[in-house]
Design a protein around this ligand. Structure first.
Ligand code: ATP
Ligand code: MG
Length: 418
């Protein structure tokens, strides 16, 4: 290979547990090679296996173009993406991403003020390697020879525990500002260090995040939320002053009142724990937690002005979503879920009468209840409510009935306060 920077690691040297690679990923690579193309396992899977972790997905890189891939895999393949065209291959119930090597020739690459708007210029493996984000993500596993091809000293960085951006940080963060969020995610998830120098580059380039389409930014935020180490990522987002770019209003409220820092840290820690135990998570939950900081004072103000709690809740929620849309495009279904979770906080206050059944059977009960538990973890005044809704779930129907309709039930007039 005509590349001075290439280091090849043999199976004996890299000791990667090859048996952990999904058979379907191997099959895709073999098929591409059978058709005369180069194909490698690349990115997160190679990195994670070297670190002794279980990869989340198996990405493949090849010199076949998306059309050539489509021709080989027929109806198992769908070409996706406009900004970055690649092939999705459907095998079993998983999707494998197969990306064509990107080249360095400017060709029809679309760049606006340094930002890559579209990158569909194809090239060779060594050109592809240096267009990747971090050195640890630019490792290629050749399944035939069982060697790892390392064009950017990724193995060395993995060993020394450094997350190293390939190339000039000012250029690479402007090209694609999402790389700054990816840095925070990989640092939290993999424990790879972001050097002080790189941190300074992130701080000085962070405003470029504004240029990322709001829908992509939301997707990246959810990846961060669900990376399994969001408590750490949150601390880094704060340290690098990135939270204000994703959730400007929430960031202001945290600065004003430290209880919100504790509230979000606890929310993120709870989600990390759920993921560690293999429990399901939904982006609705953490979105509701973060936006709550702006929502709550708005809702209060509207109630004080005389609005009834339901109207105030909808108006405040509408305003919060509209503000947030300027930065992050939260899908409608998630917005609705968030509203319902907040609405349930109002319903939880009513712990008697028929309404209790409606609350218990509400489709968002689980998320709303988890949110109440979170509030009770941080603020003592919610402990009694949390206890009521916890106990009632394990009671017999008769016991529930006597609890909510019994004579001793306190039917105090409910105020608007959430
Ligand atoms: P994980 O899948 O565990 O989140 P990953 O590194 O595999 O991590 P993907 O988003 O699956 O991340 O991307 C696969 C690979 O594509 C990366 O490892 C990296 O080499 C390259 N890549 C992804 N996004 C970018 C980007 N914004 N800039 C440069 N290279 C990228
Ligand atoms: Mg991946």
């Amino acid at each position: 290979m005509l590349n001075n920077n290439l280091t090849t690691y043999t199976k004996k040297e890299h000791k990667l547990p090859l048996a952990e690679i999904h058979p379907a990923a191997k099959k895709i690579i073999e098929k591409l090679v059978d058709h005369g193309f180069e194909a490698y396992l690349v990115g997160g899977a190679v990195r994670d296996l070297l670190l002794g972790l279980h990869p989340k997905d198996f990405d493949i890189a090849t010199d076949a173009t998306p059309e050539e891939i489509k021709h080989i895999f027929k109806n198992k393949c769908r070409i996706i993406g406009r900004r970055f065209r690649l092939a999705h291959i459907y095998m079993g119930n998983a999707i494998y991403e197969v990306a064509t090597f990107r080249g360095s020739d400017p060709g029809d690459r679309v760049i606006k003020k340094g930002q890559i708007i579209r990158d569909n210029v194809f090239g060779s493996i060594d050109q592809d390697a240096i267009r990747r984000d971090f050195s640890c993500n630019a490792l290629y596993l050749d399944l035939l020879e069982e060697n790892i091809l390392d064009f950017a000293e990724g193995v060395k960085d993995l060993k020394s525990g450094e997350l190293r951006l390939i190339g000039n940080p000012n250029k690479r963060f402007v090209e694609d500002p999402v790389r700054m969020l990816r840095a925070i995610r990989f640092n939290a998830k993999l424990g790879l260090e972001i050097t002080d120098e790189l941190k300074q580059h992130i701080i000085s380039n962070r405003h470029h995040l504004h240029k990322v389409p709001a829908a992509r930014l939301f997707d990246e935020t959810v990846k961060l939320f669900h990376c399994g180490h969001m408590e750490i990522a949150f601390a880094t987002l704060r340290e690098l002053k990135m939270l204000e770019l994703l959730f400007p209003n929430a960031a202001k409220h945290i600065d004003k009142n430290p209880v919100w820092h504790e509230f979000l840290t606890t929310a993120f820690r709870n989600t990390d724990t759920r993921l560690k135990h293999g429990l399901s998570v939904t982006p609705v939950f953490l979105t509701a937690c973060v936006l709550w900081l702006e929502f709550l004072p708005l809702y209060d103000q509207l109630c004080i002005k005389g609005k009834n709690p339901h109207d105030a809740l909808h108006e405040a929620a509408g305003k919060v979503m509209a503000d947030q849309r300027q930065v992050l495009m939260i899908p409608k279904a998630i917005q609705n879920g968030v509203r319902q979770m907040w609405m349930l906080q109002l319903r939880f206050k009513k712990m008697y009468g028929k309404g209790v059944y409606g609350t218990l059977h509400h489709p968002r009960f689980r998320a709303g209840y988890d949110f109440l538990l979170l509030r009770a973890q941080v603020e003592k005044e919610f402990e009694a409510q949390a206890e009521f809704w916890t106990n009632i779930q394990s009671m017999s129907p008769e016991a529930v009935k006597s609890l909510i309709f019994g004579k001793k039930v306190k039917r105090k007039k409910l105020d608007h306060k959430l």
